[in-house]
Design a protein around this ligand. Structure first.
Ligand SMILES: [Zn+2]
Length: 165
């Protein structure tokens, strides 16, 4: 189950039982930044010698990682928020219309951002949360080696997701 769903955590945020550091981490989670898979991938890429800018406001959709040297952006997508068709995605039982609109808006925005980035000449790697989380996850080495080979290639697109049998 995606950990950052606001309907699951807003109750906790409204109280003073968490420290302000913890609370700001949780708020960061709500905005979709500095989430688990993103931090894992960032750290691993940095270790491999790749350098990147984070959430560049000048680019459509503020891509998670921007690697100018490789003319590439990396989008690290939560499967719930971005409506991935995978085993991690489940419609919430409450407020179905709200979530249908929300997820559908997010998907439309993703398509628009990817088109705009492509038109500006950026190469795009999308890494889905399920690549690193859940029962069909890949090893981190696998994800990083696929990422690295995309960055060093001339390919325009690549997607890394859960391991299908
Ligand atoms: Zn997924």
């Amino acid at each position: 189950m995606p950990p950052n769903r606001p309907d699951k955590i807003k109750v906790v945020i409204g109280t003073d039982v968490v420290t302000s550091k913890k609370r700001s981490e949780m708020m960061a989670g709500i905005k979709g930044k500095n989430t688990g898979p993103e931090m894992i991938i960032r750290r691993a890429l940095f270790r491999e010698g790749f350098r990147y800018r984070l959430h560049d406001k000048k680019l459509p959709g503020k891509p998670d990682l921007v690697l100018c040297k490789y003319n590439a952006v990396v989008l690290i997508n939560g499967c719930f928020w971005h409506g991935h068709s995978c085993h991690l995605f489940k419609w919430p039982k409450s407020r179905p219309e709200f979530w249908r609109d929300k997820i559908s808006d997010n998907k439309v925005r993703d398509v628009r951002n990817i088109a705009a980035l492509t038109n500006s000449g950026w190469r795009i790697l999308t890494i889905w949360e399920c690549a690193l989380k859940g029962k069909h996850r890949r090893s981190l080495d696998d994800v990083i080696s696929k990422t690295s080979s995309f960055l060093l290639s001339d390919n325009s697109f690549r997607t890394i997701e859960y391991k299908s049998k």
